[in-house]
Write a protein that binds this ligand. Sequence first.
Ligand code: LLP
Length: 847
Amino acid sequence: MTSRWRVLKFGGSSVSTPEQWQTILQQVTDNIHQGYRVLLVHSACYGLTNALEEKIKTGHSVYKSIEQRLNTLAQDFAVSIDVFTEDLQQLHQLCELSELNNYQQAELLSWGERITHRLIINHINKTQEAHSLNPKDWLTTTVDDHRNPHSRVLSAKCQVQNNPQLQDKLQHQFYVMPGFFAADESGRTVLLGRSGSDTSAAYMAVLLNAERIEIWTDVDGIFSANPHQIPEAKLLLRLSYQEAREIAASGGTVIHPRSILPAEQNNIPIYIKNSLRPEAPGTILKHEFSPKKPRVSAVNTRHQVTLVSMESVNMWHQAGFISDLFAVYKDLGLSVDLISTAQTNVTISLDAADNVLTPYILAKLKDQLAPLCDVTIIANCSAVTLVGYRIRAMADTIASVVATFADQRIYITTQSTNDLNQTFVVDEDQADKLARALHEVLITRLPERDDFGPSWADLVARRSKTKTITQTWWQQNRQQLLDLAQQHSPCYVYHLDTISRQIDKLKSLTAVDRFFYAMKANSQPDVLSRIYQQGIGLETVSPGEIRRCLEIMPKSDVATLLFTPNFAPIEEYQLALQQGITTTIDNPSLLYLHPHVFQNQSVILRLDPGHGSGHHRYVRTAGEQSKFGIPESELPKLATWCQQQNIHICGLHAHTGSGILDHQNWQRIAHFLARGLRYFTDVRIINVGGGLGIKENPGDTGLNFSALNKSLLEFKKQYPSIELWMEPGRFLVAHSGVLLAKVTQTKLKGNQGYIGLETGMNSLIRPALYGAWHNIVNLSRLDAVCNYTANIVGPMCESGDILGIDRPMPDTQAGDVVLIANTGAYGATMASRYNLREPAQELIFRA
Ligand code: LLP
């Protein structure tokens, strides 16, 4: 039998359905036909590890929801649930423990890989011979690992080398092995850290002296930036190991940095491939691809960085001072990322991905550092990193970009001595802009390199050409819109049939019993009527919104309204309850201070699930830093109070943020809220809020509706008597609206083009406030070639009055009509009369 091995690793998003396994097994067969033996390393099915982590984060049992998920998986793969009896028993035991030590955590977290392994071995063996490998027989951790016990167990390392004796034990052609876990010297389960399955694959490739490692994911390869942030990001076809390591460590998520080193040391090429498009080239990492000339290959951004600035005159020339400072970090188990030092100041960064940065830990850090220095903690920063080769040689070009950020704070700049990376730490809301500017100058505008593949935007455009292209409503009705603009611009125009289509899509979520439209997204009366007439209730947050609803619906229908105010005067609650509107309370002090207002009433409580999500930090509405919701710790006291005061709690609600594309979000909220049922036994409604994200860029995949529905159906199965409510805003209206405005003037300043419109942030504040991206086209010259880039700006006296940065545009003249797409949500409703300029009026498109 051949001794030529290939190791193929498939991640969680590629192994979760039998259809995906057809593709995987095809790859295996192809490799075997080419004369290779195959070891296939797999992760846990999608969502399992996150669900298991929930137990560790919250301490609550996750057994029921995971059992449910396993049942569904077993059904999907046509494998009897009975084969998992022992696994379920073990999970049950672990879930019952109130606190788990490091080894128990390792057992729990590796459970997902183990049951996935059992599932797929049973599945594959129905048609093909596959042999199972137990990683604990092969991968043993390093004894001389001097890191703390937590890291040694949960982020263990192994020393591996080519081992012909082990290879002799393997007599078959095709083996399957779960990734992520290994054994310590006593045979106990340990984990190989986050994304540890990549590392398992790399270790096994070394042991087997494999000819290559293939990492199969659901993206095309490594890009020169995050393509969702910078659509012009280029596919990197060939990379050196060092560059790939730096990219992975500075925010790239395609491959884990730790998995690259063993391959690099043993000269094993890594191929990164897309399991959705096996024929695409992907990215290859090899020694031969080490660069010879200075270059920047990627611009990465990491958010949620916290800076600690330590200031003291004592540190100057004092031996051991820094060591005293750093001993505090070691004590608190905090891993330091970047360091910058000056005579009297040391500033370091802490990355939330490596550290648990609760206010409690940060306060403790401040206390313990206080005797040594003055401490300032700066939260909500981001690190923008350039990765390449001999970056210092490009200092001039980099400086020209950074100079344009002179009015923003760049807190630290670090440059590695190996000259492979340079990092800037800035405020979180500046990071994307800085990254875009650096990418533009250092990658997009430079001459083509043969190791660059197509840009992400090109790939998307090519793919959509191979599908039937459905034009947007505004492309189909271009001439009518131009006519409307001639008379009425600046104006928002809404297409009601697009709203109806979105409603139909929403109704495909059969798990949801009732929908309410969050009218803060768009409260134009015809829009509201259309939504209401299609059987969707309305969610309001102010007396003004309630009045607007009562203008378009009969008063007798108030039961279809929700009122979800926040820090509003008590009189507003009183008024809503008197009108019979279902009201949501998000502050316990209202009930403590004004029990008489709520006595004998039924209300919903808005809870805070602890951490929020969404497209920008201003729209994340959960967690300690957000003003919304009641913390879970308050519930026992609140429940007793409500009972004493005869305040009926009929429902529990949470809304974690806006623009969310992770379909698991709402199931997580539902399970979180279900934990509240133990305190409020009369609850019959669980409202999982809104926040459903939309496709912003032409090539976005959008929210996976069938997976979302499936996850909510699983919840409903577990809680059949609960009514599930949802209250989306953006999803129903965003695509239905466009903003039309005429060009007033154009300008060129140096290399920077500007196209000025008759309206700006007074009509659409989202780009200025959140850095939001809206597609912008010159509607008058829709088919003309875009031959330059320009900033699209408004007429307001404010530098932030920008609607789009560096947008490709055709030659544009004053008087042309510009269209800004997807502005049906949070456009007109957030408009203002700043500079006493009236915002765009709202019109309904009538064909
Ligand atoms: N329910 C509650 C309690 C909310 O606070 C919100 C939005 C929604 C539902 C609807 O969320 P949606 O499905 O539209 O994401 N101005 C920001 C969005 C702020 C959302 C505030 N709350 C933007 O332009 O992106």
